[in-house]
Ligand binder design. Structure first.
Ligand code: GLP
Length: 255
């Protein structure tokens, strides 16, 4: 079942998402979380860090699994999702680095981990990541952003709903949308992403969307039609989904 919560603006969205995040951690300190990147969750991470500073919460036992990572750039590239997660969350709270998992798309590291030619190592990495999640007992709570073409993680329109962690070639609009994270102008064209099946296996899902850029994707989701052309519509087949969007994304003028 999909529940909706429409909030005034991006700030309210961030506050609500952060409190859901920390409530879940307080309730189950060793929770397994799925984590997104992009601009939407930045406010949520900032708010988590702010509340963490009060000393009333600990993330010392949580395990985290990021949704996706670019292929072909170094792990410490300023545009990698690994770097993003360190900057926005991991280095600012007490999550242990051994418990913070991000798929690896770094060619040098992949060669070391899998001792195989690049393309084969990529496939082995997808299998490793999927197994890692399973071995940890699955994901309890996953947070998702939303692409303007309705993609979730990096699952572009047309991705089978039973897909598991795989390598994806990004669509031109997705590459263009993410170019702002790569000041050199060279944006990776491939990524490793959890599949839609991987995401649906999480026990609870929270989707975040803010800004008019997401209005079309949110409208498509509101139609409740389930279609592989609209990756986020897969969420309608899950029993515990909360969509948090602001008025701009929902197509409502602020009161
Ligand atoms: C990227 C990420 C997605 C994210 C999307 C939207 O494609 N892989 O996980 O949801 O961007 O990003 P933003 O929040 O910047 O609009």
């Amino acid at each position: 079942m999909t529940d909706w919560k429409i909030v005034d603006d991006d700030e309210s969205l961030s506050r609500l998402a952060a409190s859901l995040f920390l409530d879940a951690v307080d309730e189950n300190p060793s929770i397994r979380l799925g984590l997104p990147t992009g601009s939407t969750p930045i406010g949520m991470y900032d708010e988590i860090v702010r509340l963490f500073g009060s000393g009333n919460h600990s993330l010392g036992r949580v395990r985290t699994f990021n949704l996706d990572e670019y292929v072909g750039i170094r792990r410490d590239d300023p545009g990698s999702y690994f770097t993003y997660m360190r900057q926005h969350l991991f280095d600012r709270v007490d999550i242990s680095s051994a418990a913070a998992h991000v798929p690896c798309g770094d060619p040098k590291m992949l060669a070391e981990i899998h001792a195989a030619p690049f393309e084969e190592a990529l496939k082995l990495e997808c299998n490793r990541y999927e197994r890692l999640i399973e071995d940890h007992g699955g994901i309890d709570l996953i947070f998702l952003g939303l692409g303007s073409n309705s993609h979730i993680a990096f699952n572009e329109p047309g991705t089978p709903f039973d897909s598991r962690t795989h390598v994806v070639t990004l669509r031109a609009p997705t590459i263009a949308a993410n170019a702002r994270f790569f000041p050199t102008g060279v944006v990776p064209s491939r990524a490793i992403t959890m599949g839609i099946g991987t995401i649906l296996a999480a026990r609870r899902i929270v989707l975040l969307a803010s800004g008019t850029r997401k209005r079309k994707a949110i409208n498509a989701l509101r139609l409740r039609e389930i279609s592989e052309d609209v990756p986020a519509s897969a969420l309608h087949s899950h029993s515990d989904v909360l969509v948090i969007c602001d008025r701009n994304a929902a197509g409502q003028d602020p009161a």
